[in-house]
Design a binder for this molecule. Structure first.
Ligand SMILES: CC(C)(COP(=O)(O)OP(=O)(O)OC[C@H]1O[C@@H](n2cnc3c(N)ncnc32)[C@H](O)[C@@H]1OP(=O)(O)O)[C@@H](O)C(=O)NCCC(=O)NCCS
Length: 384
């Protein structure tokens, strides 16, 4: 395998986009290519993720993006893996570049659903669960993650304040991120006073519905030995799956796919969790961040909530987690989320994260989950 880098990255402000998905994706893709010091003609393959394009009556968006970039002859493919779509696309780009099938590849994730109401968006998203057993019987993502949260609280006796600490931290980080959906810090009282969405989850336990687009450029070191910005060396690109429907799982207090993808990634990068300086993890609901930190081996089971209360995972703590604000507060435009995690790591490595800059940026990890854990990607990035 060739040494493979992330050499460019860009995102837009998450929230409500005035542009169409394809317009936003094309604009952000160009910004990512530009940040790499490349031109669109340097791209040899485009990997797009856009799980809910049909909500805009638009599938097959890759050729439209490439045409807008002036490279209609470049092949594109759309990768769907629910909320982990763009990290799955990054994995495919890595495989292409590391394997020598392309010298430079573009990854673009985009989603736009803000023209739909909450009921319609919830129904679209539920298509990522098991329709026969879950969605058709009324299960929604807040409901499914509430089941995980109840099981977690019962098994570990954790208090609501531990989930609340995740929300308070991630909203505080997002308040320092000009591209975040929510840019106002919240207090624990705001969290505790917010309405129940799906017991025990409150409003501030949930990520919002966001529009957004993010893009990254992946290149072989030999193709671009002197990139315009400090590159991210892809030390590991690992994916794993698990039983999709929750009723067939052996545990509801962790995600088997996270554990499997994490183990693969640490093995591939030849590093231990203790060597990672900061992480972006999949916190679609607060319990998801807590479970991810435990499944990836950063804390023993039942301990990540307490560590969050103690400030260990704050942006200036011992192990910063979701300095971007995470899905919880930066926002979660499904197919743009995995790529956006990498944009944050790129900005952190280049010292461009402003007030949310973390103290150490030697090694970083990105963790991105599809649905309730049917799929998961873990990437580890290091320096040259
Ligand atoms: C939590 C949820 C149900 C709230 O939807 P809603 O009740 O229709 O809320 P609205 O869109 O009417 O917004 C009401 C207010 O709450 C705010 N808000 C909405 N969702 C929010 C969230 N997740 N966190 C914080 N604030 C939120 C809005 O900004 C708005 O504030 P304002 O009155 O100051 O403008 C919805 O955001 C949701 O379902 N989130 C989960 C999405 C999901 O499942 N993603 C997939 C994960 S796997």
């Amino acid at each position: 395998m060739r040494e493979t880098w992330v050499v460019g990255a860009a995102t837009n402000r998450f929230g409500k986009m005035a542009e169409t998905g394809r317009e936003a994706a094309s604009r952000v893709a160009l910004a990512a290519i530009d940040s790499a010091g490349l031109e669109p003609k340097d791209i040899e393959q485009t990997f797009v993720s856009n799980a809910f394009g049909v909500a805009e009556r638009q599938a097959h968006v890759g050729p439209l993006i490439n045409t807008a970039l002036g490279i209609p002859e470049v092949p594109s493919v759309t990768i769907e893996s629910a909320c982990s779509s763009s990290s799955a696309a990054l994995h495919e780009a890595f495989v292409h570049v590391a394997g020598g099938f392309a010298d430079a590849a573009l990854v673009v994730g985009v989603e736009k659903l803000s023209h739909l109401d909450t009921f319609a968006s919830t129904s679209y998203f539920a298509m990522g669960a098991d329709y026969a057993f879950e969605s058709r019987n009324g299960a929604t993502f807040p409901g499914l993650y509430a089941t995980l949260a109840s099981a977690y609280r019962r098994e570990h006796g954790s208090r609501p304040e531990e989930f609340g600490a995740v929300a308070v931290k991630n909203h505080a980080n997002a308040a320092m991120n000009p591209n975040a959906h929510f840019q106002r810090p919240i207090t624990l009282d705001t969290y505790l006073g917010s309405p129940i969405i799906a017991s025990p989850l409150r409003l501030y336990d949930c990520c919002p519905f966001s529009d957004g687009a993010s893009a990254i450029v992946v290149a072989a070191r030999e193709r671009l030995p002197r990139p315009a910005a400090e590159p991210l060396v892809i030390r590991a690109s690992a994916r794993a799956g698990s039983v999709a429907d929750m009723h067939d799982r052996e545990t509801l207090t962790g995600l088997p796919a996270t554990r499997a993808a994490g183990l693969k990634a640490f093995r591939m990068a030849k590093v231990e969790p203790a060597q990672i300086d900061f992480l972006e993890v999949h916190d679609c609901f607060t319990v998801a961040e807590i479970m991810a930190l435990e499944d990836l081996g950063f804390f023993p089971k039942g301990h990540a909530g307490r560590a969050t209360v103690d400030g260990v995972t704050a942006h200036d703590g011992r192990l910063p987690v979701n300095p971007s604000g995470g899905l919880k507060a930066k926002g979660h435009p499904v197919s743009a989320t995995g790529a956006a995690q990498v944009v944050e790591i790129f900005e952190q490595f280049n010292g461009h994260a402003g007030g949310r800059q973390v103290p150490k940026t030697g090694l970083a990890l990105a963790h991105n989950v599809g649905a309730t854990g049917g799929s998961c990607s873990v990437h580890i990035f290091g320096r040259r």
